[in-house]
Ligand binder design. Structure first.
Ligand code: ADP
Length: 416
């Protein structure tokens, strides 16, 4: 009987999952994937087998009352019904924040869970959902190893210069640092590029992860040396509904002069800004591309200008560029955004002809043959990274070592 790994990626109103079987050769193969959307407002479970067969596509019973725990139970029940031989080697969780302490994927024990709870103030919108998911699967499968994979971990190791803000040093010690996010996606893209273009992957690469959340990362030799997101997932590029980089003086002004409080500011910055705020139409790139409204094209132009500006900054961090990779829903699918970005980056040595794009989909080079620096589209696969880490950790049996190394690290808890 083959063993399986299931991965969960819990967002504020959705849970994505993927089921992998572990072959006799030790390799992971995707068996099924899907998601529950609309948690809190008519939860809907969609799931497909790897061969494309629809396993489920319907609202869950009492859909309005389905929470994260119920959604996980529904996913697990469906997988157990569809794969009667199911036996889990591990359950992997995407966790948005590990801060400085949790700097690598880890098997989750009581100490790790306690650490995660202390990090909730760093990611109050996302981390509680991750924790609910972990608690639910621990209860349901007490004997199965649970593994946490952090979106921040890939960016650790840059040290003070890359992680500090220019605040008094005590703030750095208290955890006010540039953490960076989308690390699981960058890790996948770095590995995939190494297969497709080993010479470039060993050099200087910029990856643009452009989805509802969006950030960019500078990789040297496959390792992150700079990224556009910082302490929170608000910084850097404008996103579907998030503002991206903003002068902190604007926030002070809104607080002091316009009577804003933290909750109002949070709604503005996380939910009302970005493409949605700029266009006044939608956060969704497909809708903006389909719209004739000039505010829609202005929002897209603004988004692309920010990507070009960040590409210039990251190229400066790298001292040049050998390849640029687009990924995420927009990066993988929007030829218009890619053309607008690359049309302004020829000075970096990327030769690009929007009218001579190779046919078809999938991972591919999109720069001209012989271009000094190449441009790529790579479809990201965060679930594969989570499953890979989960398998690696349970095979290595490193639970004790990981917990000890977490306990050995110390972050001062309070601000001056
Ligand atoms: P998330 O960050 O939620 O995982 P995704 O990576 O799925 O988001 O990206 C969602 C974004 O990708 C949306 O703005 C969506 O409109 C955009 N997108 C998806 N398909 C296309 C397409 N064919 N053309 C343009 N944009 C697309």
């Amino acid at each position: 009987m083959s063993e399986h790994i299931i991965t969960f990626n819990a967002g504020s109103s959705s849970i994505k999952f993927a089921l992998f079987s572990i072959g006799a050769d030790g390799l992971l193969r995707r068996a099924a994937a899907g998601q529950v959307d609309g948690l809190g407002a008519g939860a809907h479970l969609k799931a497909k087998a790897a061969d494309g067969r629809v396993l489920h596509d319907a609202e869950l019973p009492e859909g309005d009352r389905v929470g994260h725990g119920d959604a996980l139970a529904a996913i697990l029940a469906l997988m157990q019904a569809e794969f009667p031989q199911l036996r889990f080697a591990a359950i992997g969780h995407r966790v948005v924040h590990g801060a400085a302490r949790l700097s690598a994927s880890t098997v989750i024990d009581d100490a790790v869970l306690a650490s995660l709870r202390t990090l909730v103030p760093l990611a109050p919108l996302h981390l509680p959902n991750n924790i609910v998911g972990i608690e639910a699967t621990r209860r349901a499968f007490p004997g199965v190893a649970q593994v946490a994979c952090f979106d921040t971990a890939f960016h650790r190791g840059g040290g003070f210069l890359s992680e500090a803000y220019a605040l008094p040093r005590d703030y750095f010690e208290a955890g006010i640092r540039r953490y960076g996010f989308h690390g699981l996606s960058y890790e996948y893209v770095a590995g995939r590029l190494a297969e497709l273009a080993p010479r470039e992957a060993a050099g200087r690469v910029i990856v643009a992860h452009l989805g509802n959340g969006a950030s960019m990362c500078a990789l040297r030799g496959g390792r992150s040396i700079d990224t556009t997101m910082g302490f929170s997932a608000l910084d850097g590029l404008p996103m579907g509904t998030r503002c991206g980089a903003i002068d902190p003086g604007v926030l002070l002004h809104l607080l002091e002069t316009h009577g804003y409080d933290a909750a109002r500011l949070s709604d503005l910055l996380y939910k009302e800004s970005g493409l949605k705020g700029l266009s006044g139409i939608s956060h969704d790139m497909r809708e903006l591309e389909a719209s004739q409204d000039p505010h829609a094209s202005e929002a897209i132009a603004y988004f692309c200008a920010c990507i070009r500006r960040e590409a210039g900054a990251l190229a400066a961090s790298l001292g040049g560029i050998d390849a640029l990779v687009f990924t995420g829903g927009i990066g993988e699918n929007s030829a218009r955004v890619r053309a607008a970005v690359l049309g302004g980056l020829d000075w970096l040595g990327i030769e690009f002809d929007p009218d001579a794009q190779p046919e078809g989909r999938g991972d591919r080079v999109i720069s001209a043959p012989g271009s000094p620096a190449s441009a790529w589209v790579i479809a990201t696969d965060e679930e594969a990274v989570i499953a890979h880490h989960a398998l690696r950790l349970v095979r290595a049996g490193v639970q004790g070592a990981t917990t000890a190394s977490i306990a050995a690290r110390h972050t001062k808890a309070s601000l001056p």
